[in-house]
Ligand binder design. Structure first.
Ligand code: URP
Ligand code: ZN
Ligand code: ZN
Length: 459
């Protein structure tokens, strides 16, 4: 099967030009002006932006968490991602404390195998680093193609590891060419503040926010970059939200450290005032939404190259699930749905409002994640030899986000009624039309697990 995409305005992290793309099978075979080739199908892309499929390296599908499961299955979540222009996601496996990493991988494979519509990979979350876990790291990097290891400095009593474990893990991961991801907030401080607010009878969603002040994130981010500097291990801070935390990274760059930063779309465009609303639980996530001044810092951080990735931390829960915490904010499952909305919101709020360039849009929504997580140039760009993961995007079409028309398995939208300018029209995944005219053309099982390279090969 071959496809010719004609006359699109091709945007990569570095280029912007009008040309044709010839795809044969799963990969891009040629790019050029007026290509003289015969194709089974021709797509006219005149007037469209033709960009690499999005990569969202931070999603939680069908994940056991806080006494329930995130509400998107692998099928529904990866399909919703495709509707929104994201062709590859990286999900998180959670080790159960006391159990092996391998048994967690098995459990996650049981839920995801043959169920994904879009392409996917895994980070391995290490919640219990010990002599046995240590022996498994090399195998994950070299055999499983899982080269990034997630750590939590928070969620005390559930997922959190201490600094001793962190340093041990960093040394092992560094030795084998991997990367440490971190949820960098101070779990002990948060635990203290949650208990204090509860003892004072302060139980509404607002106190979720007030239990995780900026300092809890700034402190942990600084501690993490110090430990990464000491061990020499590359680090990636997930869902960074605020000025204080970004300043810790700014300092790390003066030591020429390999520290990468992800923020998420929500931290760029919505703020903590939402926690005062009756339905504030919809936005209960960790870290919480912050202030307007933090949004400005994050946009600036993107342009300064300090923030390399805009992800989602997509972790959807039905309203019924959110109600588990109706009388106690600490029982509200943490997370919000955005897998489908990330690219369009980033384009609309970022490119259309002049905050970032088109090239930067591609860089932070796709290319950088591919590089940092060992998938480049197979994923994350439009180039000869790359997977034909391509979106056709109409920069001028306006539409309104709503739970009434989204494809995520969640009965509300964090962005209900939000006017967006820019729409994903057609999506190709490995040379196959996956989305066209608001219809999904591929089925579960099409999505492939992406084995990733050693991080040290790319960055
Ligand atoms: O609120 C969040 N972020 N839920 C998902 C788990 C995590 O911390 O990433
Ligand atoms: Zn987290
Ligand atoms: Zn997360």
């Amino acid at each position: 099967m071959s496809i010719l995409i004609k006359n699109g305005n091709i945007i990569t992290a570095t280029d912007n030009y009008v040309a044709d793309i010839f795809i044969e099978g799963e990969t891009i075979k040629a790019i050029g002006k007026d290509l003289n080739v015969v194709a089974d199908e021709i797509i006219n892309a005149a007037g469209m932006l033709v960009m690499p499929g999005g990569i969202d390296p931070h999603v939680h599908l069908d994940m056991p968490f806080m006494g329930t499961y995130s509400s998107d299955s692998y099928e529904i979540g990866t399909r919703a991602a495709l509707y929104g222009g994201t062709t590859t996601v990286i999900d998180f496996i959670l080790q159960k404390q006391g159990n092996s990493l391998q048994s967690a991988l098995q459990e996650w494979q049981n839920r995801s195998n043959n169920n994904c519509v879009g392409d996917y990979s895994f980070h391995m979350a290490v919640t219990d680093f010990n002599d046995d876990t240590k022996k498994e790291i090399k195998h994950f990097i070299e055999e499983e193609g899982i080269t990034s290891f997630k750590t939590f400095m928070a969620y005390k009593g559930a997922l959190m590891i201490d600094d001793r474990q962190m340093i041990g893990l960093m040394e092992e991961v560094k030795k084998h060419g991997g990367l440490i991801n971190v949820h960098a907030t101070n779990g002990d401080m948060i635990d203290y503040l949650v208990a204090k607010h509860k003892a004072e009878g302060k139980l509404s969603p607002l106190y979720h926010y007030l239990s995780q002040p900026e300092i809890t994130e700034a402190e942990a981010s600084e501690r993490f970059v110090d430990m990464a500097s000491y061990t020499g291990c590359p680090g990636y801070i997930v869902h960074l939200t605020c000025e204080g935390a970004l300043n810790a990274v700014r300092n790390a760059t003066r030591r020429n450290q390999k520290i990468f930063v992800e923020t998420c779309i929500q931290y760029l465009i919505i703020d903590a005032s939402l926690y005062k609303r009756e339905d504030g639980a919809k936005w209960v996530m960790s870290p919480p939404l912050r202030e307007k001044k933090d949004q400005q810092t994050l946009w600036a951080g993107i342009n300064q190259g300090l923030v390399q990735v805009v992800a989602t931390d997509h972790c959807p829960f039905m309203w019924e699930q959110k109600l588990m915490g109706k009388d106690d904010f600490s029982k509200i499952p943490n997370g919000h749905p955005a897998i489908e909305n990330r690219m369009e919101l980033l384009f609309s709020e970022g490119v259309n409002k002049g905050k970032i360039t088109l090239n930067k849009f591609v860089e932070v929504s796709s290319t950088n994640a591919a590089k940092i997580f060992g998938m480049f140039p197979k994923k994350g760009t439009i180039a000869v030899g790359s997977d034909a993961d391509i979106i056709l995007f109409n920069p001028n079409e306006t539409h309104t986000l709503s739970a009434k028309n989204h494809h995520m398995n969640v009965d509300y939208s964090g962005y209900e009624g939000w006017e967006v300018k820019g729409k994903v029209k057609t999506v190709l995944l490995r040379g196959k039309v996956a989305i066209d005219n608001n219809e999904c053309k591929i089925n579960k099982g099409f999505g492939k697990f992406v084995k990733r390279n050693k991080v040290s090969q790319n960055i």
